[in-house]
Design a protein. Structure first.
Length: 264
């Protein structure tokens, strides 16, 4: 059974002291025996401060960005090996803000994905359609293209080692207060799983976690997690408040128990 992954993307928010404080609060409030995996993804410059606060807790560390190359003359970049050295487990690749504001392309995202995997880390590969693409019935075409391009050359062994997580994040739902309905999200998640089945075989596809992201908060988390192909949540704004993020983790705990009972 796929374990829920609840991850908080703090984006370019919080000072070092604020990041450490939030991490400390989360570490103290995380429900014990929680079956969901949790991760926080602070700004790169605050990774070390956050790591100190979550050491010896089940909370894992994620990074918001990585260089596609292993080392060398890439001023301002940070390699996957550097991230691994300071305890990072997950790396976001393909977030819509990097695709659409920074201008990262599918071929570059493919190189980043492979750099993360080659270092033994887990990629959270974000995919999602823009509003005009949804309105033009292009959603599945866009998502299919992003999945194929980003995962080109990623070996089945990486999937078997659970080094690939997909995050479906409709661009129109990120930071807007608009959330995909559970039904809309499930439809795309099922499509993604089918596409992963074409790439890696249906059995492997069943093991890959697919998160939903886009204006998730504690009030809507539980409903989204009742969907059979939603295996966790990538949370932006709501992850900046400890009580909201812990509320989302608690919703995952309840939904995870229900899913386990349903599967038997
Ligand atoms: C995100 O940035 O990944 C995200 C989902 O943001 P928000 O929850 O604020 O919509």
């Amino acid at each position: 059974m796929r374990k829920f992954l609840i991850a908080g993307n703090w984006k370019m928010n919080l000072t070092g002291a604020e990041s450490a404080r939030l991490a400390r609060e989360l570490a103290a409030q995380l429900p014990s025996g929680c079956p969901a995996e949790t991760a926080v993804i602070p700004a790169l410059v605050h990774l070390q401060a956050v790591r100190r606060e979550i050491a010896d807790t089940p909370i894992k560390l994620g990074a918001q960005n990585v260089c596609w190359e292993k080392k060398g003359a890439f001023t301002g970049e940070v390699s996957a090996a550097m991230l691994k050295e300071i305890g990072v487990a997950f790396v976001l690749v393909g977030h819509s803000e990097r695709r659409h504001i920074i201008g990262e392309t599918d071929p570059l995202l493919n190189k980043k994905t492979r750099a993360v995997i080659d270092e033994g880390l887990t990629v959270i590969l974000c995919v999602g359609e823009r509003l005009e693409e949804r309105q033009g019935n292009q959603t599945m075409a866009v998502i299919g293209r992003q999945i194929n391009a980003s995962l080109a050359g990623v070996a089945p062994q990486a999937v078997a080692k659970e080094q690939v997580v997909i995050a479906y994040e409709p661009v129109w739902a990120i930071g807007t207060g608009l959330t995909a309905t559970p039904r809309q999200a499930q439809e795309v998640h099922a499509f993604i799983r089918a596409r992963l089945g074409e790439l890696y075989g249906p059995e492997a596809a069943e093991t890959i976690r697919i998160q939903y992201g886009g204006s998730v908060k504690k009030a809507n988390a539980g409903e989204l997690l009742t969907q059979p192909d939603i295996d966790g949540l990538l949370v932006g704004g709501a992850s900046l408040a400890a009580d909201e993020f812990i509320g989302i983790v608690q919703a995952a705990r309840t939904a995870g128990t229900d899913r386990a009972v349903a599967i038997g």
